[in-house]
Design a protein around this ligand. Structure first.
Ligand SMILES: Nc1ncnc2c1ncn2[C@@H]1O[C@H](COP(=O)(O)OP(=O)(O)OP(=O)(O)O)[C@@H](O)[C@H]1O
Ligand SMILES: O=C(O)[C@H](O)[C@@H](O)[C@H](O)[C@H](O)CO
Length: 176
């Protein structure tokens, strides 16, 4: 899959990092966690239980878009984590990218809340989960490069299902 980028999207706690790392391992792709690309103020804000707004996310999306550009320029493949909650955020990432697809990890509130409660040592408080669902713009048919994946099963099964769905879903190539 040379020169392809896959974005793991979805609300906090859906397993983007966990599944993304496993998927990158199987695909032999570079793994990039978008949480590490947030400006410091964004992390401080989320840790203080305040949801990010569009202005906060803008510089973060720029950084992620630059990483995608860099990978593509080296013909490298990447699996990237980015919640990409709104359509305009996803459009920003698509801009100028040649070979990008999204895997949308989706599950119900209770399951995700439970997993966040079990998770140790992460800056993201469970108190923000509701705001994450409120911000999420559910993808529809106008975004055929998004593949929905159910997060209920084990990670290994999610990875297996993701690989099968990726095989069936060609990427949308946009001239850069
Ligand atoms: N399929 C799964 N089954 C059981 N537990 C899971 C599964 N996927 C992830 N988890 C667990 O759920 C928690 C959240 O996963 P993870 O941190 O990967 O989510 P995330 O989407 O990257 O979160 P955030 O956006 O807040 O960084 C972790 O403790 C992880 O071990
Ligand atoms: O768009 C957002 O509100 C943020 O990106 C969050 O999704 C966090 O990055 C992540 O969930 C914390 O771990």
């Amino acid at each position: 899959m040379a020169g392809q980028c896959i974005i793991l999207m979805g609300v906090s706690g859906t397993g983007k990092t966990t599944v993304g790392q496993a998927l990158a391992g199987v695909l032999g792709a570079k793994f990039i966690d978008g949480d590490d690309l947030h400006p410091r103020n964004n992390i401080v804000k989320m840790a203080a239980s305040q949801p990010l707004d569009d202005d906060d996310r803008q510089p973060w999306l720029e950084r992620i878009a630059d990483v995608i550009f860099s990978l593509e320029q080296k013909n490298e493949s990447g699996v990237l984590v980015c919640s990409a909650l709104k359509k305009r955020y996803r459009d920003r990432l698509r801009e100028g990218s040649r070979n990008l697809r999204f895997l949308w990890l989706t599950g119900d509130y209770t399951c995700i809340l439970h997993r966040m409660q079990q998770r140790k040592g992460h800056f993201m408080p469970e108190a923000l989960l509701q705001s994450q669902f409120a911000a999420l713009e559910i993808p529809d048919d106008s975004e055929p490069d998004i593949i929905a994946v159910d997060i209920a099963p084990d990670v290994s099964l999610i990875v297996e299902q993701s690989l099968a769905l990726l095989d069936k879903t060609p990427s949308v190539r946009v001239p850069a």
